[in-house]
Ligand binder design. Structure first.
Ligand SMILES: NC(=O)c1ccc[n+]([C@@H]2O[C@H](COP(=O)([O-])OP(=O)(O)OC[C@H]3O[C@@H](n4cnc5c(N)ncnc54)[C@H](O)[C@@H]3O)[C@@H](O)[C@H]2O)c1
Length: 247
């Protein structure tokens, strides 16, 4: 079955890889991201690869913008059947340095942004009696990473939200799963390395049992499977894609 997929944070990193993997499986892909030029570049790449792609420039924290983007998806491609929420904001601060504003912003993008997108998309899935939702959380929530309590709390809440959503919609043909990545080479991790918040790739690789960083494609392959017909009996699961870093 060819489906209509929306990928938030789809203009960069693992979101962009997820767009390509879903497109290669024949799905139509709406790329939703706050970075307009990057959205348009991503769509051009997808179309050049033969996919049907729609550019949706939207900030996931802006509920009216999310609603408008989904109206464009319905008009341009059809009702939303697959939603992947990869838009995210990372932050590094020692606990006592986290300002209330920074706390709110991280929660707003990572948690409330996920809430807006799922709530706006789920009526289409309920109407169809079929849906796939994959949230991108983080291994930091599994480990309890120091120096990023705001980020870790937001991603832990995404994992909890995923499980609750899975139970709420299990009887309606909708599965809801989360992938908590770790050590994935993306623009986000590179900028965190450049700012000195994360060690260099060689040092990071030594802490990963498989001995190297992961790629967006590693996340995208797992995500595309969770979005497939065959994954219909998998819901509420936390599928670590982390080179064995969290077992
Ligand atoms: N890279 C890693 O190792 C790693 C590890 C754990 C979790 N994650 C999570 O994976 C997800 C993807 O991260 P990535 O590494 O691909 O990063 P990335 O920076 O390459 O991509 C994130 C995308 O999200 C978009 N975005 C940010 N805020 C947005 C907003 N308010 N509205 C819409 N779009 C917004 C950005 O413009 C960007 O295109 C994030 O949720 C991140 O927290 C990444």
């Amino acid at each position: 079955m060819k489906r209509v997929a929306v990928v938030t944070g789809g203009a960069s990193g693992m979101g962009l890889s997820i767009c390509h993997h879903l497109a290669r499986r024949g799905h139509q892909v709406a790329v939703m991201d706050v970075d307009g030029p990057a959205v348009r570049r991503a769509c051009a790449e997808l179309r050049a690869a033969g996919a049907r792609a729609l550019a949706c420039e939207a900030d996931v924290t802006d509920r009216p913008a999310v609603e408008e983007a989904l109206r464009e998806v319905r008009a341009g491609l059809g009702p939303v059947e697959i939603l992947v929420t990869s838009a995210g904001l990372v932050a590094f601060d020692s606990f006592t340095d986290i300002t209330p504003e920074s706390w709110d912003r991280v929660l707003e993008v990572n948690l409330t942004g996920t809430f807006h997108c799922v709530q706006a998309a789920v009526p289409d899935m309920l109407a169809a009696g079929w849906g796939r939702i994959v949230t991108i959380s983080s291994s930091s929530a599994q480990r309890g990473s120091p120096g990023m309590v705001h980020y870790t709390a937001s991603k832990g809440a995404v994992i909890a939200m995923t499980k609750a959503l899975a139970r709420e919609y299990a009887g309606f043909g909708i599965t809801v799963n989360t992938i908590p990545p770790s050590g994935i080479d993306t623009p986000m991790s590179r900028s965190s390395q450049a700012a000195g918040h994360l060690p260099g790739s060689e040092v990071m690789a030594k802490a990963i049992p498989v001995g190297h960083l992961g790629t967006g494609d590693d996340i995208a392959a797992a995500c595309a499977f969770l979005c497939s017909e065959e994954a219909g009996y998998i819901t509420g699961q936390v599928l670590g894609v982390n080179g064995g870093a969290v077992i």
